[in-house]
Design a protein around this ligand. Structure first.
Ligand SMILES: Nc1ncnc2c1ncn2[C@@H]1O[C@H](COP(=O)(O)OP(=O)(O)OP(=O)(O)O)[C@@H](O)[C@H]1O
Length: 273
């Protein structure tokens, strides 16, 4: 590739990926020849049916799974190298069931990845964690609370602050708004959109939440038939002639979400951009 013509290489480049799990001597093929390119600054939503391999795809990007075939390149290096110390400075991850450490305070939870590196004195680690606490919209008064004293929305925000503690350029989120009521879900989306814009982050999230998709995604990748069958702006993906896309985007829930979003002046999704 000519770097003079393309000064910003993709943040994630997946080529011909095969993901296979062997259970009781039987191989289950989850991805077959899956290609996906994620450019810098995108806010990409990954959608697909249950069991289609969305979480496995995030785990491949994180280097937590080993491709059977194909390559996964993240920030110019094989994803398998991310497992090494300092990975949190390259990719932040908010797991779907990523609980906080119940015996640690909010601030200790946020500081954990940085403290583990043993490279900074305690007071600097603490200051960095306080900055992130406020960055995710939480009052400093919450710093010494225990996770059991927090609401669901606050727990997500603390987990997000922990994922961002080392200023990674790439943030992965698995179902970030699952389990939140509509108001908290909206507030979390607004926060994500602000962080994406102000920190210049590349964000990749798995979600089933159509409001979130229309409100903040710059692109939507559809996983079906063991590969990415579309990777395009929301307005193009909803027109996809595929059974999953028709059911997901044009079913009752999908049409309601679209109507609501049409009424919002600052939504990313528009019929006529
Ligand atoms: N460690 C594993 N061992 C065996 N099979 C696995 C493993 N991890 C995932 N799978 C299988 O891979 C398939 C894809 O799983 P994945 O969790 O990525 O689906 P998903 O698209 O995220 O689904 P959902 O929307 O329901 O969360 C499933 O059939 C799952 O059972």
């Amino acid at each position: 590739m000519n770097s003079a013509l393309n000064p910003k290489p993709p943040v994630v480049q997946i080529d011909k990926l095969w993901s296979v799990f062997r259970t009781n001597g039987v191989d289950a093929l989850v991805h077959k020849d899956l290609d996906l390119t994620i450019e810098q600054g995108e806010l990409l939503s990954i959608v697909g049916g249950s069991g289609s391999g969305k979480t496995v795809l995030l785990r491949q990007i994180l280097g937590l799974e080993t491709p059977k075939r194909g390559t996964v390149t993240v920030l110019g290096r094989p994803a398998s190298e991310l497992g090494r110390a300092g990975a949190a400075s390259r990719v932040g991850m908010l797991f779907q069931h990523g609980a906080l450490f119940s015996a640690f305070t909010v601030l200790e939870n946020i500081a954990f990845p940085l403290r583990e590196l043993h490279t900074l004195p305690d007071d600097l680690v603490r200051d960095a964690a306080m900055v992130k606490l406020q960055m995710v919209g939480l009052d400093p008064a919450h710093a010494n609370k225990m996770p059991a004293d927090l609401s669901g929305g606050m727990i997500k925000r603390v987990a997000l602050a922990r994922a961002l503690i080392m200023d990674p350029p790439l943030l992965l989120l698995d179902e970030p708004t699952a389990g939140l009521d509509p108001d908290r879900s909206d507030a979390f989306c607004t926060l994500l959109r602000t962080l994406h814009r102000e920190l210049g982050l590349t964000v990749v999230m798995v979600t089933h939440d159509l409001d979130t998709i229309y409100e903040i995604s710059t692109r939507v990748a559809v996983v079906a038939e063991k590969r990415v069958i579309a990777n395009a702006p929301p307005k193009d993906v909803i027109a996809l002639d595929h059974p999953f896309a028709r059911q997901f985007f044009l079913g009752g829930r999908g049409l309601r979400a679209m109507e609501l979003l049409r009424a919002q002046p600052d939504a990313v999704y528009k019929d006529n951009p």
